[in-house]
Design a protein around this ligand. Sequence first.
Ligand code: TRP
Length: 446
Amino acid sequence: MHGHWSSRLAFILAVAGSAIGLGNIWKFPYIAGVNGGGAFVLVYLACVFVVGLPIMMAEVLIGRRGRRNPIATMLLLGEEESGSTRWALIGVLGVFAGFLILSYYSVIAGWAIAYILEGASGAFANIDAAGVGEIFSSLSGDWLKTSFWHSLFMLMTLVVVSKGVERGLERAVRILMPALVALLLLLLGYSMIAGDFAAGLRFMFEPKFSELTQAGALSALGHAFFTLSVGMGAVMAYGAYLPSETSIMKTSIAVVCADTAIAILAGLVIFPIVFANGLDPATGPGLIFQSLPLAFGQLPGGIVIAVLFFLLLTFAAWTSAISLMEPAVAWLIEARDISRRRAAWMIGGTIWVLGFFSVWSFNILADFKIFGRTVFDNLDFLTSNIMLPLGGLAIVVFAGWVMCRNSSSDELDPEAGAGYRAWRFSARYIAPVAVVLIFLNAIGLI
Ligand code: TRP
C-alpha cells in the first residue's frame, strides 16, 4: 500500500522540509519579540530538546510501526497494545489540527508570495521604517489581494499533495533548503555590520524572566511543537514511509538541530535590523515583512536578494504546508477508498474556504474578536498552544506507557542501550510532566 523513501537522506529532507518553514523565519522572531526575547527563547529551546525531540521520535516510531495514515495507525496500534480503539482520537485530533493550521498558515505564505513581487518591483530601494510599514499595511489590509495570494498558495499545495508526496519533494528540498540557509547567512553578515548586533544578541539571549508571562511560557511550549511539526501526526504520516533499518534517533536529532539553528539564525538576522531602525520588536505577525526589506533596500543587488529570499521562504512554507495536508488526505484516501486527486481537492477546498476568515482577520474582520482575539489569533492559539501540546502529550504517553517495551525498543533498536533508555525516560516522565506543568502554570494553578 505504501511507498518508501528512497533513502535515509530522503526522509530527513522530507521531515526537515516539514519542520523548517514559516514557523522558523516568520513566527519564531515575531513571538519571541512579543514575549520579550531572552527568557522566552530559553524556555522555547528547553521545550524543543526536552519535550519536542522525544515526541518527534515517538511519532516516527509509531508511524513506522503502523505504516498507515495516523488515524488508522493509532487505531491499529491502540488495539494491539491496549485493546482500545480510543487512541485513534489522537489521529482525528491531529487531522483536524492540520486542517486549522494550514488555513491560517496559507495566509502568511500568501504574504510571502506577494513580497516576491514587491521585491522585484524595486519598492524596497533605500526604504525607511515608515515606508516598510506602509507597504506591509497596504498589503495585509487589502482583503482582495490577500485573498488572491492565499488562494494561489492553497492551489500550489493541493497540486503537490494530489500527485503524492514522495515525488519531487526530496530533490527540491535538497537544493533549496541549503540555498535558504546561505541567504540567511548573507543577511546575517548584513545584520552584523549594519544592524545593532549587540542589541539583537542581548534581546535574544539575555533572559529576563520578569518579562515572560505565563501565557508566554505556554506559547514557547506551543511553538516548540509547531516548529518541529509534532503533535498532530504529520511526522507520524512521514514515518509510515520510513525504511525499517533507518535510525530514528539520529534522524530526529538531525532534524531538530537543523530546525533550531535556522530559527536562531532568523532571529539573529532580524532583531539587529529591528533595533538599528527603531522598530518595535513586539510588532506582531508583520515583523519580518517590516524589518527585512530595510536590509534589502540597502544591500547591493538588493532586488535580487529580496526576490530570492521571499521565493525561498515561499518554498519552505510550501513543503511545510504539504505535510499539514498529507495526514487528512492519506486518511480520506484509505478510509473512503477514493483517488488521491479527489481527496486532495476535497480537503484542500475546505481548508481554502476556511482560510478566508484568517485572510480577513487583517482587514475586513480586523475588529471581529472573540476572547479579545481575531480569528487568525484564535486559530493560532487553539492549534499551537492547546491542540498540538495535547496531541503530543497523548502520543508520548502512548509510546512511553501504553506500548510495551518490546515494541518501542524494536523500532528504536539500532540505538538500543543508553540512547533508548534516555528516550524512554523522557517519553515516560520528562516530556509529559513538562507539558502538564506548563499547562497548569498557564491556567494559574501553579
Ligand atoms: N513546522 C512548520 C513550520 O515551522 C509548520 C508545520 C508543518 C506544522 N507541519 C506541521 C506545524 C504539523 C504543526 C504540525 O513552519
